[in-house]
Design a protein around this ligand. Structure first.
Ligand code: SAM
Length: 326
């Protein structure tokens, strides 16, 4: 759907159509500002909030069905009619929180529990809406018919993972704290709309799990602060009788090399004070290379202190689902 729309948008822009007026002034934005996706997300926001009824029939996220010809005509009408509104939305950077990545956190915590069976204090950097801080509240179904997590969860991740068998454990999450430079409040209508608008409208499985997670957040609180990752890490402390887990997914690339080095140092310094009864773990799902020459993959890595031994636990899709445990 978005491939269709983007192709037509390019043609429209080159021919001086409705998109030219909407995008005027945004031409100087760098490529990584993803203006195309901002525009698609902004239009999706109007559709989701009922402000572009002419498009609803073509958007699967609100029950419609995409049609490349009629859908584009309706899209063009929205561009022409809603220019000022769209232009104000375009200044907002896309913001996502992918619930599927909870697989890496949940499975990683199960692997950690095999050697460190303590209650978990969860600290996430780049938490966005904090949806993955509720990873223990989601259901993970495997292709062989087995499953992990609460069977009545509104979030069901099908075909969650394969590979090495994970030992089921009742995870006890004692604290859920996150930081983000641009956190989204999933409890607010605006925040929920923001997170939903950047999911592509025809990715119905992603939308379903996001909507399920928006239900879970009403019952299971988490504290997500507007704070840069480094200043947040500076204030994380270890606690006796708990394993403190620093978790991050698809956020490390947004830190400069200097910030990454400082983040690594802060975590290692915290780890230096870890003991068997107050251990530290760093768990992540990030694009990484196994060796300097290897292609980047989305790898799940776990490092545990005392000791600081780091292991690659598996790999996953960029959106988490499915994962493979090695
Ligand atoms: C691609 S999103 C991933 C969000 C979430 N971790 C997930 O997997 O769904 C990257 C997140 O990192 C946040 N971020 C970027 N730079 C950051 C920083 N220096 N400190 C904290 N958060 C940051 C962004 O605001 C965004 O929410």
């Amino acid at each position: 759907m978005y491939a269709d729309l983007l192709r037509r948008l390019v043609d429209d822009y080159e021919l001086g159509g409705a998109s030219t007026t909407v995008l005027a002034g945004f031409e100087s934005y760098p490529a990584d500002a993803l203006i195309g996706l901002r525009l698609l997300g902004s239009v999706h926001r109007l559709v989701l909030s009922g402000r572009a009824p002419e498009l609803a029939a073509f958007y699967p996220s609100v029950g419609g069905e995409w049609d490349a010809v009629l859908g584009w005509e309706a899209f063009e009408q929205v561009l022409a009619a809603r220019g000022p509104e769209l232009r104000s939305l375009l200044t907002q950077a896309p913001q996502t929180n992918e619930v599927g990545r909870s697989i890496a956190l949940y499975g990683g915590l199960l692997r950690l529990a095999e050697s460190v069976p303590l209650p978990v204090r969860l600290f996430e950097i780049g938490a966005s809406g904090g949806l993955n801080l509720r990873a223990d509240q989601y259901r993970y179904n495997l292709a062989d018919g087995t499953g992990y997590g609460p069977a009545d969860s509104p979030v069901v991740l099908e075909g969650a993972w394969s590979g090495r068998e994970l030992t089921p454990a009742a995870l006890r999450i004692a604290e859920r704290v996150g930081s983000d430079i641009a956190p989204v409040n999933p409890l607010s209508e605006e925040g929920a709309l923001t997170l939903t608008s950047y999911v592509w409208p025809d990715m119905t499985a992603r939308l379903k799990r996001l909507r399920g997670a928006l239900e879970v957040v009403r019952k299971v609180p988490a504290d997500v602060r507007r704070e840069d990752a480094l200043s947040f890490l500076r204030n994380v402390e270890l606690a006796e009788g708990h394993v403190t887990v620093v978790w991050h997914s698809v956020m490390w690339q947004y830190l400069s090399p200097e910030e990454q080095a400082a983040g690594d140092e802060l975590i290692a310094a915290l780890g230096a004070g870890a003991t068997p009864t107050a251990p530290l773990a760093r768990l992540c799902l990030e694009p990484m290379r196994r060796t300097p020459e290897a292609e980047p993959e989305f790898l799940i890595a776990l490092q545990v202190w005392p000791g600081g031994v780091r292991r690659i636990l598996g790999r996953a899709d960029p959106h988490g689902l499915p994962a493979y445990w090695e």
